[in-house]
Design a protein around this ligand. Structure first.
Ligand SMILES: Cc1cc2nc3c(=O)[nH]c(=O)nc-3n(C[C@H](O)[C@H](O)[C@H](O)COP(=O)(O)OP(=O)(O)OC[C@H]3O[C@@H](n4cnc5c(N)ncnc54)[C@H](O)[C@@H]3O)c2cc1C
Length: 380
């Protein structure tokens, strides 16, 4: 497999890496402590085309491949995981249009989302339907000239800040997952109320909301065709899992780099912490897991670009990378001792931010279900 980037992709990755170091990372602690939405960091990314890296050029995207995209997401997450979360939620929304929308809908929505003028949100999860979205209760009924939507969604990233929400709802309650359709909801649509932002363990510079819906949408709001929503959402999540894996690499790498600096400086008795074999073994374990996760993530990204099926690869990468981020951030905090537990350093934030990676866009258990289903199907 070829993991090389072309010159344009390399320039994009290096530009975002610089932005991440100089603009995004310095704001991360402030967003976390004040629980402020990471608007300025997203704006800075938008100015460089960063909101469009998942889209082809014909819709205002940069037209870069998934491998370059993973490297961009890794750089942003290493600087500020909250910004990476808001960004990748935006990609879930624009991917929904790219995969499920009509040509007219793509032309209408994607260029403005690509430029950063419109932030997107992806609304699938409900209080009673998380791991199994087919259980969703949100309903869309046909009415004269449009749809009446009633129900609720929760934990929706960017929902209140978004210029549009891609909403998944049941249009046929008796058809199981085949009765799910997707709808475009522009900001300001009457009949939608938002909770206050949820109080979260990590990603405190990114916001999630509960939505209560009793709204009317025109016919043109139906994304693509009726009943196609479930397949769209699953295809979107296959892509999104590569991005969550890349986020995991970013947070884990930041924790590893902080640890390498720390163990060289920290004196324990007569020598630096780095000189103890126990430390070296711990660092080696952190590095080995991170590299293994990186190879799986890059493999999934390369497969995503090849046009072949990549659900097995993206689920495997997401599972391994998210678990790796948990292990590496915890090990990094341990190497810092009490200093790691104090909020002056970002170690405890890395631990808190990494925890969600094993939960959203399919928990680790759900990834295992996808992986084993793929393996068993391949034997038939
Ligand atoms: C910070 C944050 C951001 C989010 N952003 C979004 C967003 O933008 N859009 C959106 O739609 N959703 C979003 N979510 C929701 C997220 O995707 C769900 O929380 C996640 O899919 C898990 O669903 P759940 O919380 O209902 O857990 P549940 O489905 O109730 O799972 C509970 C436990 O049961 C396990 N489990 C479930 N099924 C099985 C099974 N078959 N076998 C064994 N174990 C099983 C799970 O692995 C988990 O451990 C977000 C959540 C958070 C916390």
């Amino acid at each position: 497999m070829n993991f090389e980037l072309d010159l344009v992709e390399l320039a994009v990755v290096e530009t975002v890496e610089k932005l991440a170091r100089e603009v995004i990372q310095p704001r991360a602690q402030h967003y976390d402590e004040t629980e402020t939405f990471c608007a300025e960091s997203l704006q800075a990314l938008a100015e460089l085309g960063g909101m469009s890296i998942n889209l082809p050029e014909e819709y205002g995207g940069l037209g870069i491949g998934s491998l370059a995209m993973s490297r961009v997401v890794e750089a942003v997450a290493g600087a500020c995981a909250s910004t990476a979360s808001a960004l990748t939620a935006h990609f879930l929304a624009t991917d929904s249009i790219l995969i499920g929308g009509t040509e007219a809908q793509k032309q209408h929505w994607l260029p403005r989302a690509a430029s950063g003028e419109l932030l997107g949100a992806f609304a699938l999860t409900e209080p009673a339907a998380g791991s199994n979205p087919a259980d969703m209760r949100c309903r869309a009924h046909r009415e004269e000239g449009g749809w009446r939507v009633r129900g609720s969604k929760h934990y929706i990233t960017n929902a209140r800040e978004a210029g549009f929400i891609v909403l998944y709802a049941k249009t046929d309650a008796d058809a199981g997952h085949k009765g799910i359709s997707a709808f475009m909801i522009p900001q300001g649509t009457a009949g939608i109320s938002f909770s206050s932002p949820e109080k979260t363990m990590g990603l405190r510079g990114s916001t999630i909301y509960e939505l209560a819906l009793d709204c009317w949408l025109p016919d043109s709001a139906l994304l693509g065709s009726e009943g196609a929503g479930f397949n769209t959402a699953m295809a979107v999540l296959d892509r999104g899992r590569v991005e969550v894996a890349a986020m995991s690499l970013g947070i884990a790498n930041a924790a590893l780099q902080a640890s390498l600096n720390w163990v060289r400086e920290r004196q324990i008795g007569p020598k630096p912490l780095a000189a103890y074999q126990g430390t070296q073994w711990r660092l080696a374990d952190m590095y080995a897991q991170l590299e293994a996760a990186r190879m799986l993530t890059w493999k999934a990204a390369a497969r995503r670009d090849s046009g072949e099926r990549f659900s097995l690869d993206s689920a495997t990468a997401k599972l391994v990378a998210a678990e790796c981020a948990g292990f590496v951030t915890d090990a990094a905090l341990q190497l810092h001792g009490g200093y790691g537990y104090i909020r002056d350093l970002p170690l405890e934030r890395y631990v808190r931010d990494a925890r969600i990676l094993r939960i959203f866009e399919g928990t680790s258990e759900v990834q295992k279900i996808i992986i084993s289903r793929n393996l068993l199907d391949a034997q038939r």
